[in-house]
Design a protein around this ligand. Structure first.
Ligand code: GCU
Length: 130
């Protein structure tokens, strides 16, 4: 069970739009990144304690072209060109995870598109700590 669920539609969005024109999302919608490099979603997540945490992004990519994103925690890169591959269609959501180190309390997590196609559609970010 994740320790926190953070909807993309509640996060800070730069060059993207909250939409709900596909199925299978949680909350009230998802973020459709603009089809430009540099579009991003930034969340503030709360860690119960300092240390390792798994971040899981729930996303859809209805194309057959990857939509890699740079991931940063508290302004520091934690993954460059993290893969967000095709999911088959825009109604099919998959998870992409990585382990990071968080400080206790509030942390920012930013996912920034790195290609002219923008990011995938992103539904939410989950935080799990051991
Ligand atoms: C389609 C799809 C959008 C998606 C976009 C894209 O327009 O309906 O949800 O974001 O493609 O390629 O980014």
């Amino acid at each position: 069970q994740p320790d926190g669920w953070y909807q993309a539609e509640d996060a800070t969005v730069a060059q993207g739009a909250v939409e709900s024109n596909h199925t299978g999302y949680t909350g009230s919608g998802f973020v459709n990144y603009d089809n430009v490099s540099g579009s991003y979603v930034q969340w503030s997540v709360t860690a119960a304690q300092a240390g390792p945490a798994t971040l899981t992004f729930r996303y859809a990519n209805g194309t057959t072209t990857g939509r890699p994103m740079d991931l940063a925690v508290n302004g520091t890169a934690v993954s460059t060109g993290h893969p967000f591959g095709g999911t088959g269609d825009w109604n099919t959501w998959q998870s992409a995870s990585l382990t990071v180190t968080l400080k206790a309390g509030a942390n920012t997590v930013r996912a920034t598109a790195t290609t002219v196609n923008g990011g995938p559609n992103v539904d939410r970010l989950e935080l799990t700590q051991p």
